[in-house]
Design a protein around this ligand. Structure first.
Ligand SMILES: [Zn+2]
Length: 214
């Protein structure tokens, strides 16, 4: 037996939930011969084709300029389709994810992949691990625990990029191991006091942009 699904429901699952996006998606399916105008249901057997067609035809973006630029670069053949933030292919409505994508693209272009974060709460460290791109080797240092000068020097040598994050849970005795202005690794260090992962990562992006051109 041939099972089928409600077209609107399928489109919504694929990220085409608001009326304008649904309309565009339906028209693309009609053009490709996958459905006819006015049809309410679609065969299960066609769902893979539907997904592939929509992926190739559209880049779903929110109104943010960063997302629009990133998607027009990563999917140059696709038409930009403005959708609510949550359906954006680039940020999915998350400032943290967007900030991570920006920083990881900059780092990739410059072959920076050893990243150290000194400070931050345990929950923030968990989120950084979840967000990080696969190529990053991420070393997270609890800013409330004692760290020897020797270990800190090893971190500085190893790192391509090292954050000293003084917004929370960072002991001054730990932070000063990393912020000696005479250190030959000073250029790798990003110091900031603002809260939030997006703020941290954006400070990293600004630092990397200033640091060197790829
Ligand atoms: Zn977005």
């Amino acid at each position: 037996m041939n099972a089928d699904r409600e077209i609107g429901e399928v489109l919504s699952e694929f990220g085409f939930a608001d009326p304008a996006a649904t309309q565009e998606a339906r028209e693309a399916l009609v053009r490709a011969g996958l459905t006819r105008p006015g049809k309410a249901r679609i065969s299960d057997a066609k769902l893979d084709k539907v997904r592939a067609l929509l992926e190739a035809t559209f880049a779903r973006t929110c109104t943010d300029a960063t997302c629009r630029t990133a998607l027009s670069r990563s999917k140059p053949a696709a038409a930009l389709l403005t959708v609510p933030k949550g359906a954006c292919e680039h940020c999915g409505g998350s400032d943290n994810l967007k900030a991570m994508r920006r920083l990881s693209a900059l780092c990739r272009a410059r072959h920076l992949h050893r990243v150290v974060v000194v400070g931050g709460s345990p929950s923030v460290r968990e989120e950084l691990i979840a967000l990080k791109p696969p190529e990053w080797n991420l070393r997270l240092i609890d800013g409330t625990e004692r760290r020897t000068g020797e270990k800190a020097r090893a971190d500085l040598e190893w790192a391509h990029l090292l954050f000293v994050w003084g917004s929370s849970e960072l002991d001054h005795r730990v932070s000063k191991l990393y912020t000696d202005t005479a250190s030959p690794h000073r250029h790798k260090v990003v110091q900031l006091a603002r809260r939030g992962i997006a703020a941290l990562l954006n400070a990293g992006s600004e630092h990397v942009e200033r640091l060197q051109r790829p």
